[in-house]
Design a protein around this ligand. Structure first.
Ligand SMILES: Nc1nc2c(ncn2[C@@H]2O[C@H](COP(=O)(O)OP(=O)(O)OP(=O)(O)O)[C@@H](O)[C@H]2O)c(=O)[nH]1
Ligand SMILES: O=C(O)[C@H](O)COP(=O)(O)O
Length: 206
């Protein structure tokens, strides 16, 4: 009989909906940006919560509406300590997961409209197999669209522009390009490509 694998949890950081997707301002109204973020958040949570490989999904956010969406989906929620910022929120969230007994933490942003549970399981399996941090890039291989780390021994998180190279510089880090993690919706050109592909979101929300 094989022992149960050490527990893994996902962490999804989400900023205030009123501030989300600010780089899409040239293409979408504030209301539509918030709506887009809500839809992508629900999708990301549904995929992660469908993974038997995860013992739980945690959302860290300063926004009460995000907490309500997360709780309805079945995730646990955490307030972040202001003024925070993304990397500090991730650090706090991973520390809370470690305190709750997580061995692995998979950090996933809330803006991945194609995210697929089976591929998320691949990233986690690679971390378990190698014992190393796993870095999943965006389509351009400049950004980080997921990062799997040991919860009790996290690296310095360095999300932000061009973060893929910084995360790959973590000792032992393994790159893991995955098709369903490639698309994020950061800029108007990403939105145009997404609309052309029409993979998730119906026309009426824009
Ligand atoms: N909890 C928390 N999450 C954050 C913070 N900043 C960004 N995030 C989340 O981190 C992920 C990537 O964030 P960004 O690309 O910086 O923000 P975005 O809203 O997707 O896009 P821009 O506003 O255009 O930068 C998204 O899930 C964000 O909601 C923060 O300060 N706190
Ligand atoms: O590290 C990064 O690439 C970003 O912070 C991840 O989020 P984004 O792709 O939404 O900018």
């Amino acid at each position: 009989m094989s022992a149960a694998p050490a527990p893994a949890h996902a962490l999804v950081p989400v900023k205030r909906l009123a501030a989300a997707k600010s780089r899409l301002a040239p293409a979408l109204s504030p209301r539509d940006r918030a709506s887009l973020q809500r839809h992508m958040l629900r999708h990301v949570l549904a995929e992660l919560l469908a993974m038997p490989e995860l013992a739980g999904v945690r959302v860290i956010s300063p926004d009460p509406e995000v907490h309500a969406i997360a709780a309805t989906a079945g995730a646990t929620t955490q307030w972040e300590t202001p003024p925070g910022g993304l990397n500090e929120a991730v650090r706090e969230g991973v520390a809370a997961l470690a305190a709750a007994g997580a061995r692995w933490a998979m950090v996933v942003p809330a803006d991945l409209p194609d995210l697929d549970a089976a591929e998320a399981a691949e990233a986690l399996a690679l971390a378990r197999r190698t014992g190393s941090p796993v870095v999943v890039p965006d389509l351009a291989r400049t950004g980080t669209n997921a990062l799997v780390v040991r919860a009790a021994r996290p690296p310095a998180f360095q999300f932000g522009e061009e973060s893929f190279a910084r995360h790959l510089a973590i000792p032992g880090a393994v790159p893991c390009p995955l098709a369903s993690f490639a698309r994020d919706l950061d800029r108007p050109a990403d939105l145009s490509a997404f609309r052309a592909a029409r993979t998730l979101i119906d026309e009426e929300i824009f």
